[in-house]
Design a protein around this ligand. Structure first.
Ligand code: 48F
Length: 257
């Protein structure tokens, strides 16, 4: 009865996958370039890591290049990461290189999953689990449920660490600060909000700002610029890749010692 087998194959394996991911080392919120790179290196180091993205197609702002010109620029410092993912690149000028944004985004996604990270698409993280004054998991619901405004309760997924990779809105930082009356590790204790564009400073500070922003909660990518109030940088992606690698290295060191 092939019709029934098709459905059963999907249901059984999906729920096995969900069940395996109810207790994680790391839950990454947001599947932009920084979050996906983080997922890849953590999975490669043997951590139990899952990434949740509200879109049907994770990849965040990387697919569209700039103004939908689907090429992006990376600087020499990030070439090691580009090579780890097997992405082809071309020298451009000075220390800059160009890559195809479709090849890059699909390579990041493919390698992260292939290395053992689990990606849950169409999942919106609406809150965190907050226990003993630390972030210790995520609260998830279907994106279409939230879009429709349906009154359906979410599920909880526990994690030793949560990474906010939600991009310009730094959603996890905002929700943690707003709901729990705590101070984040920023100049004001709150989400400062990103500044206008400065490529050089933006690229430097996005990596510098990649850190534990509250107990159990790390921040990477544009979320780190938004929370700490550093400049945006536009369609140069080296900082995003380096930020994802840095958050992975920091958490791997914390967990593995
Ligand atoms: O913004 P985004 O691409 O994240 P990023 O890694 O990269 C930024 C660059 O793309 C670009 C840039 C480069 O220089 O400035 O903007 O910081 O992707 C963020 C992802 O998070 C998802 C969203 O769908 C997107 O794919 N996301 C945001 N909030 C949530 C979420 C949420 N609450 N739950 C689940 N996913």
């Amino acid at each position: 009865m092939i019709e029934k087998q098709v459905s059963r194959g999907i249901i059984r394996t999906y729920f096995e996958k969900l069940d395996r991911n109810l207790e994680l080392d790391v839950a990454i919120v947001g599947g932009g370039p920084s979050g996906i790179v983080a997922a890849y290196y953590m999975a490669k180091a043997g951590l139990r890591v899952a990434l949740f993205d509200r879109k049907l197609s994770p990849g965040g702002g990387m697919w569209g290049g700039a103004m939908m010109f689907n090429q992006i620029v990376v600087q020499r410092e990030a070439l090691g990461i580009i090579e780890d993912f097997g992405i082809r690149y071309e020298p451009y000028e000075d220390e800059l290189f160009t890559v195809d944004s479709i090849e890059s985004t699909s390579a990041l996604l493919y390698k992260a999953v292939h290395e053992g990270a689990t990606l849950f698409n169409c999942y919106s993280v609406e809150d965190v689990v907050f226990k003993d004054n630390a972030v210790s998991g995520v609260v998830v619901n279907w994106t279409p449920v939230l879009r429709e405004g349906l009154h359906v309760d979410p599920l909880n997924i526990m994690a030793r660490f949560v990474v906010d990779g939600t991009g310009h809105d730094s959603e996890m930082c905002r929700v943690v600060a707003r709901k729990n009356g705590i101070s984040l590790a920023t100049a004001t204790g709150e989400v400062v909000g990103e500044r206008s564009l400065d490529v050089v400073e933006g690229e430097r500070l996005v990596v510098e700002g990649t850190k534990e922003i509250y107990s159990g909660l790390y921040v990477c990518g544009m979320a780190s610029s938004a929370v700490s109030g550093t400049p945006r940088m536009g369609p140069i992606f080296g900082g995003m890749l380096l930020s994802g690698k840095k958050v992975a290295d920091d958490i791997i060191a914390r967990i593995k010692g």
